[in-house]
Design a protein around this ligand. Structure first.
Ligand code: FE2
Ligand code: FE2
Length: 102
């Protein structure tokens, strides 16, 4: 793969990841606000930490020579998403179901 194209594709992937994640987080956060979810602050802090980490990796990717190892990025995103969905999000889901918001 030619490096210039690799970079463009990575940039596009990061952009898409950030847009998708933002939309998803926004919907969850709206549901938390609408239902008066008591653990909203902690949950939103996790979303913010994830967005900050993605932005940091994206910035490093933009500025370093060569690429950050793909495996490093994928492992972080994968581990975070699995952990967040199985723990934090499923707790929110249970609350919303119990409160009749779904
Ligand atoms: Fe989620
Ligand atoms: Fe979430």
């Amino acid at each position: 793969m030619e490096e210039g194209h690799g970079r463009e594709r990575l940039e596009a992937s990061f952009g898409a990841l950030i847009d998708d994640t933002q939309g998803h987080f926004d919907r969850e956060e709206q549901a938390m606000t609408a239902s008066g979810y008591p653990e909203q602050r902690q949950h939103v802090e996790q979303h913010q930490a994830f967005k900050a980490k993605v932005a940091e990796v994206r910035e490093r990717q933009r500025t370093v020579r060569g690429n950050i190892p793909t495996v490093e990025k994928l492992e972080f995103f994968h581990d975070w998403l699995i952990g967040h969905i199985q723990g934090t999000d499923s707790k929110l889901g249970e609350f919303l179901r119990a409160a009749g918001h779904t």
